[in-house]
Design a protein around this ligand. Structure first.
Ligand SMILES: Cc1ncc(C[n+]2csc(CCOP(=O)(O)OP(=O)(O)O)c2C)c(N)n1
Ligand SMILES: [Mg+2]
Length: 888
């Protein structure tokens, strides 16, 4: 195990070790460390492979360095037992109410001590301001324990516990997992999608330092605690940002990994050792690693282990074997663990079999856990991970302790409950036992007073979510006027957006609250000039002279830099967006993040983080730049985004726009700022931005409402009288193709076309569905008419819509357009080609728009079928036998 070679000369080994002991004793630890480092360097130069990145499989903190435990062990055990009981009863009762409703007992059962030590001694509440305290990320599946504690604290009623996982039951219930959307006064961080909690926690800790370094938040010793599972560590997000945490010296961050050696199906590393593997990963990334493997009953054995037999057995035993020990009796442990070496067997000869199982694991020993937390809290300049070894389903006995099926065990029979009650000494009588009743001691009992006193000393209950109620004076009217008047030069919507962002950054009140976030793409979007002016945030400032120091566009890093230039990590950037977008709730400090990225690498790549952002009521603007399947010249299949609008349409509180012009962007941003930062709406915005340059016209009179609702008439047909008529809808860059089609139709086919800007099919559809629902539920009342129907219903002729997205995007409104609807879009894989070629290939250019309009008119007999469409195909140079782009 651990690639450890055999010791074939024990005497020589002992001499080396004694020499080191001697140095420690006479010259101190510092000198010993120096010698070890020299030895290591020397070995490296002699090409001796470096020693393993792991330390022995024992606690990082030896007993003699353990601080005294400041709490009342007996009372804390009692409280913990009651929490265990209520958590279990809650899950068991829920499943009696409704079979299959689910819930988890085993996760919390393994983590109870890890949480209780935190609750009694470390987690700081929000304090009087309501916005201080620690940010604690709870493992999603441990929620029953967190609810059970809140019940003891008097924050949740028995009725709510009764309705665990039945939120729609009368009197309200409790959500399965941490969801701020569902329990906004309680949960702060959605963690249940594995991996999102840990990576978000890292960026929350980093953002706290950012706020402090920018002078927006007073420096404090507030901490971020993230509790996660050992199985969860297989998610790439969990370990993906570890180096950032170390690089940023996030000593305000503590990870606690509950290493119960199991995940859902079975062992996490049956053939290996998850704690050692994680130790290597975290240590290699630069974290302070604290292993809490063994409980105090092992200490005397370890202290007698002068020749290292015990540690060797610990090192060599696999997790699969450790799991087996947790379900087998003492005789088995004696034979298979202590029986590995005769010297080891001799050490435990006087321990009877029945005592063996009480050789506890470290994560179940409050003193060991306390020591680890204290050391973590005192560590400077580094984040800390605590790797705590536990048993999954601890206390569940035959019903599940340490078994592979334990994760999903949610039904305990009376015998199981009795064993549980007896083990944890719960005052529930035999007669009541079958009911699995909740139990809360009297208000003036010693345990209740202790529990409440501890929480009050630590600043209040955890978790508790608050939302800042003050408003930001967001800019309105005048501020945006300059963007309404059009631009004479040809510019892209990306450039227009950056111009608005620049002005927002200069705004006296909200400027400092703006947080531009970009994953290594600022030059692509023309944002590099912001570097010099606003600085790129760096916790250490700039320690080198930048290569471009003499230029205007210098790459300036600064300790108070405002821009979060995240490097190539959309997931990390999304986490920064999350930290900034929830700052109003976590710190009482509303921040305005603008996360601008390559739209293809947005939802498609990090959709689950976007979903979680919605859940936690985050606020801010996501900007999918270089949008469109055809507008992005040359980049091809993996870069050309033709579907993010479909993906974003699924998030209930996102407001998504596909604007074409600078003034549309200005109107949308003004409204977004108002809704989120003045009126506290829990929404966030997604806007697509394009890189095609064209003239930005002035805003037409009265367009504002339509821009926001998703559709307005941009240019009416001229000389429509007596001619066939069509309605053309265009979005984003492709609005210009609709305008060109208007011209083609008028000049070459005698057809009059009105052109509309469709800024948001998502908003149009939501409004239409809301009207439809209301009408269904109010049969006698005056029916409500959706905006889209009000706009297009009376407009003459068929409707053709074109966008740089899948046909399914405009198709969202088809049902609400009475006169028929033809969507054109970019279904299919992108191609490396020019804009013009791509638009022809995907059949979204003006010529195809014109053809679609004529085909629809011909079908209705308003132009001569089949002559007119056939003439269009021939005259406009369209190839009818070209392969369908969706299949080629
Ligand atoms: C992304 C994601 N995939 C799968 C799941 C389903 N799931 C829930 S808990 C679990 C096992 C968790 O194991 P571990 O992280 O070791 O936590 P433990 O319960 O053992 O403490 C799985 C697979 C999930 N919640 N999220
Ligand atoms: Mg686990």
């Amino acid at each position: 195990m651990n690639g450890r070679p055999e010791d074939f000369d024990a005497i020589e080994t002992r001499e080396w070790l004694e020499a080191l002991d001697d140095v420690i004793a006479t010259r101190g630890e510092e000198r010993a460390r120096f010698l070890m480092q020299r030895l290591q360097d020397h070995a490296y130069r002699r090409t001796v492979p470096l020693p393993s990145p792991t330390t022995p499989y024992v606690n990082t903190i030896p007993r003699h360095e353990q601080p005294p435990f400041p709490g009342d062990r007996a009372l804390e055990r009692r409280i913990k037992s009651l929490v265990r009981w209520n958590a279990t009863a809650m899950v068991v009762r829920a499943n009696r109410h409704e079979d299959g409703i689910g819930g988890h007992i085993a996760t919390y059962a393994s983590a109870a001590t890890l949480y209780e030590v935190g609750f009694n001694h470390f987690f700081r509440g929000r304090g009087e301001s309501g916005f201080a305290g620690d940010l604690v990320f709870f493992q999603g599946h441990a929620s029953p324990g967190i609810y059970a504690r809140a019940f003891l604290e008097g924050r949740l009623a028995a009725r709510q516990l009764e309705n665990f996982r039945r939120e729609l039951a009368e009197g309200g219930g409790l959500s399965s997992y941490p969801h701020p959307w569902l329990m906004p006064g309680f949960w702060e961080f959605p963690t249940v999608s594995m991996g999102l909690g840990p990576i978000t926690a890292i960026y929350q800790a980093r953002f706290m330092k950012y706020l402090e370094n920018r002078g927006l938040l007073a420096p404090s010793d507030r901490r971020v605690w993230a509790f996660l599972g050992d199985g969860e560590c297989d998610e790439p997000e969990t370990l993906g940002a570890l180096t950032l945490a170390a690089r940023e010296r996030l000593d305000n961050l503590v990870f606690v990994v509950n290493c119960n050696l199991q995940r859902l199906d079975g062992p996490v590393r049956g053939n290996g050792k998850i704690i050692q593997e994680l130790e290597a990963a975290f240590r290699g990334a630069g974290w302070n690693v604290i292993k809490v493997i063994w409980g105090d009953s092992w200490d005397p054995l370890l202290e007698r282990d002068a020749d290292g037999w015990l540690v060797r057995a610990m090192n060599e035993t696999l997790d699969g074997e450790y799991q087996k020990y947790s379900v087998e009796g003492g005789a088995y442990i004696r034979e298979h663990f202590f029986g590995k070496f005769p010297e080891l067997a001799a050490m435990v000869a006087d321990i009877p079999d029945e005592q063996m199982p009480y050789l506890k694991r470290g994560g179940h020993d409050p003193e060991k856990v306390y020591a680890a937390y204290k050391l973590a809290a005192e560590t400077k300049g580094q984040p800390t991970v605590i790797l705590a070894k536990t048993i999954k389903g601890y206390g569940m006995g035959h019903a599940g302790e340490g078994r592979n099926v334990t994760h999903q065990q949610k039904k305990l029979n009376e015998d199981d409950l009795r064993a549980f009650r007896d083990r944890f000494d719960i005052p529930v009588s035999d007669a009541e036992l079958g009911e699995a009743p909740f139990y809360r001691p009297a208000e003036d009992s010693a345990e209740m007073r202790y529990l409440l006193e501890r929480r009050s000393a630590l600043g209040g209950f955890v978790p508790a979510r608050r939302a800042f109620s003050g408003s930001l004076a967001t800019p309105q009217g005048e501020f945006f006027a300059e963007f309404h008047s059009g631009v004479d030069r040809e510019v892209s919507t990306t450039m227009a957006f950056v111009q608005i962002l620049r002005q927002l950054l200069r705004h006296p009140e909200i400027g400092p609250r703006v947080v531009p976030i970009v994953p290594d793409e600022a030059r692509t979007f023309g944002m590099e000039s912001l570097f010099r002016q606003h600085g790129i945030y760096s916790s250490v400032g700039q320690l080198y002279e930048p290569v471009d120091s003499g230029t205007l566009l210098l790459y300036k890093e600064a300790k108070n830099g405002q821009i979060l230039e995240e490097g190539i990590t959309e997931a990390g950037s999304m986490c920064s967006f999350t930290a900034a977008g929830t700052s109003y709730a976590n710190h009482g400090l509303p921040m305005i993040p603008f996360f601008i990225y390559y739209s293809m690498f947005g939802y498609q790549r990090i959709g689950d983080l976007v979903w979680a952002f919605g859940d936690q009521r985050g606020r801010g603007f996501l900007l999918g730049a270089t949008a469109g399947r055809t507008t992005l010249n040359g980049e091809g299949l993996q870069h050309e985004d033709g579907h993010s609008h479909l993906l974003f349409s699924v998030v209930p509180n996102v407001v998504a726009y596909d604007p074409a012009y600078a003034y549309e962007i200005a109107v949308i941003l003004e409204e977004g700022l108002r809704r989120m930062y003045r009126d506290h709406e829990d929404v966030f915005y997604y806007l697509t931005l394009y890189n095609e340059n064209y003239r930005q016209p002035a805003m037409p009179e009265g367009a504002r409402e339509g821009i926001l609702r998703g559709l307005y008439r941009l240019r009416a047909a001229e000389g429509a009288e007596g001619r066939p008529r069509v309605q053309l809808l265009g979005s984003g860059s492709l609005l210009s193709e609709a305008l060109r089609a208007q011209q083609i139709l008028g000049e070459r086919f005698g057809v009059a076309a009105d052109v509309w800007s469709a800024t948001s099919y998502q908003q149009l559809r939501r409004d239409a569905l809301a009207c439809e629902r209301w009408n269904r539920l109010h049969p006698g009342a005056e029916p409500r008419v959706p905006w889209v129907t009000r706009q297009l219903g009376g407009a003459p002729g068929p409707v053709v819509a074109v966008s740089d997205f899948l046909k399914a995007v405009p198709d969202q409104i088809a049902r609400f357009v009475p006169q028929g609807f033809t969507p054109l879009g970019t279904d299919g894989f992108g191609r490396s080609a020019s804009r013009k070629e791509l638009r022809r290939f995907f059949e979204v250019d003006a010529e195809h728009v014109a053809l679609a309009a004529l085909a629809e008119l011909a079908r209705r007999g308003e132009v001569a079928p089949p002559d007119v469409p056939a003439r269009a195909i021939a005259e406009l140079g369209l190839d009818p036998d070209r392969a369908d782009p969706v299949r080629s």
